[in-house]
Design a protein around this ligand. Structure first.
Ligand code: AHR
Length: 641
């Protein structure tokens, strides 16, 4: 049986408890992922400057040109040349990031265009639109009058393309077409096209992926990076001021994991996205170390600290009396952003980073903590530094590790740092690989077993709400067409979004977050666990069942999370002490099903709904209710108290 004390006192649970991370490059999670831009290599930056993704149709040829660039940030443009008057409609086309998924909706296209002397375009009009892979079927088209474009001067065009019905395939092209008889040299840069975005933000997020984030009800979002914060080298780090302002002034940089970062989804877009999905941003700032193993020497750190001060001023200062705040206003956002957490660096316990983190943390922290007293600064490790206010733990492991570490945060001193678990995931379902989880057996997709072990660990976070800021699975996104890391939370391609078992488990936790821990204790005939090891939450474990009882006080809801890692079902008879309440609630259940090996159940591209959350009603009579917690399952019971 499970005894629950209904009280209005007890440990408070922070709203940040279950969050997400956006790494801005791994698995093409940003460009080609969450960033809704459809045009691949829109400014010819991929592969060290190239025309990747671009081709011609009809007649003419393309090459890269660097004379009279659009801006110094985008120094190369596509030149389309028709040497003699074309005898067929001709032009250029782009295949998108691994295809273009066309739906019946409005698309917003734009580009910069320059005519070279001597051009001739009959009627002065171009057609811009979408076709199928053969170019024969046109799904949407817009006619653009370029007759007024002055020779030799860059000219900006923005226009809509209406697609009236969805295309059956995603192997489509975006094209710019010149009429028959055209001749001359024509240049383009920053050729862009967006579908409708999440919350209709211009230059915004891909709707289905953004909604998938939002559905988790994430308490926080850690960004940017992971490793993409550090970048492949010091000059290729995340430089915030290169990611704001007009797109033609954003140079981008080589991605840490994949291709080129356009940084179209830059600092403002990232933090605005956090606001749009209701998540507190946990901002990572560059701390003088990059992935080529080079660290900025101590006596040369000042410019990097100045860079972060400007970044934080830009985000948080008043637009009236601060130069950076005024710049933010000029870029369209007058109100400061609410930045409560800033992490200094990323994984400075890895590689050569650890040798220098002591002076890097100390130098950054001393300046930043004085200037921003309301921000909690998070260290990436406490191994070499003294008592930071908070520390970020990362674990990629096997299920057994997370189950065995259920009490990990009960054993950390309360006088020490608060804890963010900024990256964790089961990456290997084979428990015998606990000392080598990155070795044989690496998962491609999370399984029910992984999701269950992560849920045990997550209950441990909630139980330790006095020091835990929150935790997030990593990495969150995986473009199946350009993958560097598996498993991931959300797997996608141009048209589909797969919610993994790990995603579903966290969704149950995020949607059902209490704000207060209730004391609870479970007993059966043979085992009694009523000892209170810490605080008022009770033991949280009965054999292979892990649990927590919490309360959401604003609507007086009891939320009980139960995770069964046993191969048998467990019947729970629960009693809310002193309660005479009778109500009907819902149990949300994620399980492999009786007798099924939980490692074999995975939501994949081929079988996206192998596991799903089912619902069952739960009735309380005079404060008692019962539920069978299936073998290998995560169950969340919600009941009005
Ligand atoms: O999430 C994948 C990577 O794992 C992150 O970029 C890095 O911080 C960690 O090593």
């Amino acid at each position: 049986s499970l005894n629950i004390e209904n009280a209005n006192t007890g440990q408070k649970i922070p709203a940040t408890m279950h969050g997400v991370i956006l790494e801005t490059n791994v698995n093409r999670d940003d460009d080609g992922g969450l960033y809704a831009e459809l045009i691949y290599n829109r400014a010819f930056q991929e592969n060290n400057r190239s025309l990747d993704g671009w081709s011609t149709f009809g007649q003419g040829s393309i090459n890269l040109n660097i004379s009279q660039p659009l801006t110094s940030a985008l120094p190369a443009q596509l030149r389309y040349s028709l040497i003699t008057n074309s005898t067929s409609v001709s032009g250029i086309r782009n295949s998108g990031y691994y295809g273009i998924n066309l739906q019946a909706q409005n698309y917003t296209a734009s580009f910069f265009y320059r005519s070279l002397p001597g051009v001739y375009v009959p009627g002065g009009k171009l057609n811009v639109g979408f076709s199928d892979s053969t170019g024969q079927i046109i799904y949407g088209i817009s006619t653009l009058d370029i007759s007024k474009a002055p020779i030799n001067i860059w000219f900006y065009y923005s226009f809509d393309i209406i697609v009236f019905s969805a295309a059956p395939s995603t192997k489509n092209f975006f094209f710019i077409e010149f009429p028959l008889g055209s001749k001359g040299e024509f240049e383009f840069n920053l050729i862009s096209c967006f579908p409708p975005t999440y919350k209709n933000r211009p230059n915004g997020a891909r709707f289905d992926l953004a909604q998938t984030f939002a559905d988790l009800k994430p308490g926080f979002i850690r960004l940017p990076g992971g490793n993409d914060l550090e970048g492949p080298s010091i000059p290729e780090r995340f430089i915030w001021n290169n990611t704001v302002g007009h797109l033609e002034n954003r140079p981008g940089r080589r991605g840490t994991w994949a291709g080129y970062n356009t940084e179209g989804f830059g600092l403002i877009e990232l933090i605005t996205f956090a606001e749009d999905i209701g998540a507190v941003p946990i901002l990572a700032v560059y701390a003088g170390y990059s992935l080529d193993g080079k660290a900025v020497p101590q006596d040369q750190l000042q410019p990097y600290i100045d860079e972060v001060v400007k970044e934080l001023d830009f985000l948080t200062a008043s637009a009236n009396d601060n130069r950076m705040g005024a710049l933010r206003k000029q870029l369209g956002r007058s109100e400061p952003f609410d930045i409560r957490y800033v992490e200094i660096g990323n994984e400075d316990w890895l590689g050569a980073a650890i040798n220098t983190y002591d002076y890097r943390w100390t130098t950054f922290y001393n300046v930043l903590s004085k200037r921003y007293p309301n921000i909690t600064f998070i260290a990436t490790t406490a191994k070499t530094i003294n008592s930071p206010p908070a520390v970020d733990d990362h674990f990629y492991q096997v299920p057994l590790f997370f189950i065995e570490n259920f009490r990990r945060y009960e054993n950390v001193p309360r006088s020490g740092p608060r804890v963010l678990i900024g990256e964790f995931a089961v990456i290997n379902d084979d428990d015998s690989q606990i000392t080598n989880p990155f070795g044989p057996g690496r998962l491609v997709y999370p399984s029910i077993k992984s999701a269950i072990a992560e849920s045990v660990y997550r209950i441990g976070f909630e139980r330790n709400s006095d020091i835990i800021i929150g935790g997030c699975y990593a990495p969150i996104l995986q473009n199946i067409d350009n993958t560097q890391w598996t498993p991931s939370f959300i797997v996608f391609n141009t048209s589909s979004v797969i919610k993994s078992t790990s995603y579903l488990a966290q969704k149950m936790f995020g949607e059902n977050l209490g704000n207060l821990i209730l004391y609870s204790a479970a007993t059966n005939n043979t085992i009694t666990h009523q000892s209170v090891e810490k605080g008022q939450e009770g033991d949280g474990k009965l054999g292979n069942l892990y649990f927590i009882a919490t309360k959401r006080t604003n609507d007086n809801t009891l939320i009980v999370k139960l995770v069964n890692v046993d191969p048998t079902d467990i019947l729970i008879n629960a009693q809310i002490q002193g309660s005479t309440t009778s109500s009907t609630g819902v149990a949300y259940i994620l399980t492999a099903g009786s007798g099924v090996d939980p490692s074999t159940v995975q939501n994949t591209m081929l079988n996206p709904n192998a596991a799903s959350i089912t619902e069952q009603s739960v009735s309380a009579r005079n404060g008692t209710w019962s539920i069978t917690v299936p073998s290998w399952s995560v169950v969340v019971v919600t009941l009005t108290l």
